[in-house]
Design a protein around this ligand. Sequence first.
Ligand SMILES: [Zn+2]
Length: 430
Amino acid sequence: MGETETVEASFLDLIESRRDELIALTQDLIRIPTLNPPGEAYLEICEYLADRLKKRRFEIEMIRAHETPGDSDRYPRWNMVARREGRSPGPCVHFNSHTDVVETGHEWTVDPFGGELRDGKIYGRGACDMKGGLAASIIAAEAFIDATPDFAGAIEISGTADEETGGYGGVAYLAEKGYFDPQRVQHVIIPEPLNKDRICLGHRGVWWAEIETRGHIAHGSMPFLGDCAVRHMGAVLQEFETSLYPALAQKHTAMPVVPDGARQSTMNINSVHGGQAEPEPDFTGFPSACVPDSCRMVVDRRYIIEENPEEVRREVADIVERVSAKRNNFSYEIKELWHVSPTMTDRNTAVVQSVSKSIEKVLSKSPDYVVSPGTYDQKHIDRIGRLKDCIAYGPGILDLAHQPDEYIGVDDMIDSAKVMALTLEELLGA
Ligand SMILES: [Zn+2]
């Protein structure tokens, strides 16, 4: 048995022997109710993580994302970055986890913040998305440090705010402050719940826009004196059905997006609002007779790496323009709300190669490479940080995210922690 194998065996054994500690850590994290919105208990969870990591001689930075969306003295956007230097210079591997969780919703059969352990699964909001992944990365890093104290380079672990609401008070803020500068950090792993045998290389692009059609208000008994903005919008929707949706269905991608239905361009109609506002629930009167002079629709277009954003914008704009040409007095405005470029990390990068090798060692199978249908914090690391060596890899079943009775399997966390520790060995081993 060579020396490397001895080291590997020792930290893998350490991880196995720390099963109870991993369970307790995950439960503790679930019991801190970091609901977002509004952004509860960010300071509490950052302090919890800081206290733990200080014991392994991590240097701690607590960073509040001042004046980002949602930041206030009542709901401050706190982030924690912990860095542990090795004995000699070398690359830095960073594990980034978001600490926020979405609302619980109904239909839970357990306490969503109880962290109940039953049949090898820990239940709770955020168990899989992504406190289980955060706990696994901490156990992995600690075992690696304990078994390999003379490693080269550095390990960073961050707990960041607001991923579920766009990441502006979290990873985007840190990236703007230089925390994801490729001079400082070389490899990033985001332990989102993508399954322990899958490497997520990136995500599709996003284009959100609001389309407003305009008309003229008039008395509803004489609609011919007005101009109905809702009818104009109806014509736009009809044109989407007859020409846009069939076109999107033809745009297939070579990106390995999961699930299969997302392996093409898609567009969701997020909302349509026209005419009088919805009355308050306790209002008992009737509507007044008016022709609506405005109708707004929000569209959520997800696009593939083979498309370019200009093409995506033009496709919708051309349709609306075509409808407008056929209708009298049709005026409209298209306002872009949000745009994120698609991203896909090269399979030959060091982080992908190392995680891939580690998955083969732990699970005796080669990994599946996937791309996420929606975005996550990789977008900020890629676009603001300009750091390309970034993937999502972590335990848990993606479909359980945001669902009632969300859980994380303890065995899956153990296996993922082993993969993460082997990856550290691969990238930072002496
Ligand atoms: Zn998540």
